[in-house]
Design a protein around this ligand. Structure first.
Ligand SMILES: NC(=O)c1ccc[n+]([C@@H]2O[C@H](COP(=O)([O-])OP(=O)(O)OC[C@H]3O[C@@H](n4cnc5c(N)ncnc54)[C@H](OP(=O)(O)O)[C@@H]3O)[C@@H](O)[C@H]2O)c1
Length: 244
């Protein structure tokens, strides 16, 4: 199976080594500025023999990259976060292009299991009004979007299963938080690959559930797994479909 790596940054490099370990052939590295890249852009030539392109770039360029791949009829795995306000547009592009597409704010298997744990915890705490709920996430100082796409997914799971919480609040609050609001906070510092914590707090105690990525390896392994899965398929999918 031949892949193209679109975006040769921290994740692109991790994808390259993981893909090779998994027996895939990296046919093209596409990045506009990095000198080790084979091509600066997605063109007919740069993705000629490619089965799937794996894209980890920046939210400002991702939708354009998806459009280019769809026009060329190439399947795609997208790990870039921060473009989800354009999901409907992308869904249409994928359908019209007749390509296979997988995206996820977090490709790690552990995080996808963590989602299940949170869902179960939320169901449990839904019954106990005395517990408030919160979430916070930590990432490296190079991350451009905030809150993380993963934190938004976690927030949605909590809202879906805790009746007394109706709204996520991400920003600084210059007032008391309302009872039906759930605070999701973001911290950016150093080299942290990604930490997400969900907490339940009562007058008596605090219970926290934490997922801490140790490196980018878990994301790369999930993205490569998704690339193998989407080969030869058509349609719009998430990592949940791949793991199902
Ligand atoms: N879904 C997940 O599991 C997961 C996990 C980790 C990270 N992420 C996300 O993945 C994205 C990338 O993260 P990262 O840590 O790898 O960032 P990074 O180190 O900044 O790498 C991004 C790379 O994309 C390149 N790029 C920019 N525009 C491009 C274009 N039009 N075509 C091709 N390449 C382009 C950049 O190149 P130049 O600098 O040379 O322009 C850079 O080398 C972020 O959105 C991050 O949040 C997702």
């Amino acid at each position: 199976m031949n892949i193209a790596i679109i975006g040769y940054g921290k994740m692109g490099k991790e994808i390259q080594s993981t893909a090779i370990e998994q027996g895939l052939t990296v046919r093209a590295i596409i990045d506009p500025l990095v000198k080790e890249a084979d091509f600066p852009d997605i063109t007919e030539e740069s993705v000629k023999d490619i089965d799937v392109g794996i894209e980890f770039t920046a939210p400002s360029v991702t939708v354009d990259n998806i459009k280019k791949m769809a026009r060329l009829g190439k399947n795609m795995v997208v790990g870039t976060t921060g473009w989800y306000d354009r999901l409907d547009e992308v869904k249409k592009v994928v359908e019209e292009g007749g390509i296979g597409f997988v995206y996820s704010p977090n490709f790690s298997l552990g995080m996808n299991l963590f989602y299940k744990l949170i869902e179960e915890a939320a169901r449990l705490f839904n019954r106990y009004e005395m517990y408030d709920v919160f979430c916070y996430e930590l990432h490296n100082n190079q991350k451009v979007d905030s809150p993380s796409g993963t934190a938004k997914v976690i927030g949605k799971i909590l809202l879906d299963h805790i009746d007394r919480k109706k709204k996520l609040v991400f920003d600084r609050l210059d007032r008391r938080i309302k009872k039906d609001e759930l605070h999701v906070a973001s911290v950016r510092a150093g080299f942290i690959p990604g930490t997400h914590v969900v907490g339940f707090d009562s007058e008596a105690d605090t219970i926290e559930i934490k997922h801490e990525a140790r490196s980018r390896k878990g994301f790369a392994m999930g993205a490569v797994l998704a690339a193998k899965w989407i080969q030869g398929k058509k349609g719009f999918y998430t990592m949940a479909d791949v793991l199902r």
